[in-house]
Design a binder for this molecule. Sequence first.
Ligand code: TYM
Length: 326
Amino acid sequence: MDSETNKKQIVLSLVQPTGTPTLGNYLGAFKNWAKMAEDYDCLFGAADLHSITVRTEPKDLKSRTIEIYAILLALGLSPEKNTIFVQSQVPQHSQLAWILNCYTQFGEAARMTQFKDKAKKYADNVNVGLFSYPTLMAADILIYQSDFVPVGEDQKQHLELARDIATRMNHFYGNLFTVPAPFIGKAGAKVMSLQDPTKKMSKSDPNTKSFISMLDSPDVMVKKIKSAVTDSEGRVYYGENKPGINNLMSIYSACTSKSYEEIEQEFEGKGYGDFKAAVAEAVVEELKPFRAEFDRIINDRQYILSSMALGAEKAAARAERTLSKV
Ligand code: TYM
């Protein structure tokens, strides 16, 4: 709550509807979204325009957008109390993005590590959209005068660019935008791959054993965690050269709220088998209520579509205010 105006502070964050979200998306972002939904004026949604920066089948994009929207509802986010929307249904985002492009230096955009990584990964389709991806993301954030943006560690650089663009335009034209602050949780901010714990857990990894999908069955989750790559030391503690164990400890900590010290004590004298079993159980328990809600909501297409329409209407009315000012 802003003490001077008594108004709730504004929170915005989006997720791309490419593939079913992972435990990384959940711990790095969604878990914080659900926590913030009560105390802040929150806008959350599906960034489908960002997803077309890589080749996508229109049919898949549509069904994934519906799935991700149902996931947001199943997290307990309320389309009435908050604003839950699909980016492409609010055209003001793209309109503002064009203007922001004209206040973003080529060199700034070229420094983005995600662009460099994706340009390598999708070398046959390094399109201009992929390059200006962060200015659309800045538009998503700035158009609602957002105070906080809850994201995982990997989005921090994009957020810094959004802050730089906002500060620059405010300097030229007076107070156009609130300069947003990142909100990055301690545990779970960067969940790593279960098969190569030096790489981020990603839903587009071709090795499906490397990530836990939020819609995996409990059995599959347990199997994947049990086959996670660790080390040969056999002692559970957070330390250098233990990326696999560090990752599992971060996951366990995010699910149970236990500190690393508490976890080290809990597993003193025990092996990785016991530890992995406990991590798997914690993950399954953590996602259980979500899963029950999702199974209910995904079958209620009418509710999903009417919530989307409500979200688009609420979001567009707010977005229009900033756009006309700009
Ligand atoms: P996306 O769709 O890749 O991921 C959605 C959210 O999940 C977080 N995340 C992770 N956190 C921890 N560990 C991981 N392994 C992991 N993988 C993903 C991301 O940090 C993100 O918070 N560009 C954004 C979507 C976006 C956006 C925005 C976000 C578009 N416009 C405006 C915030 C504000 C993206 O691709 O996230």
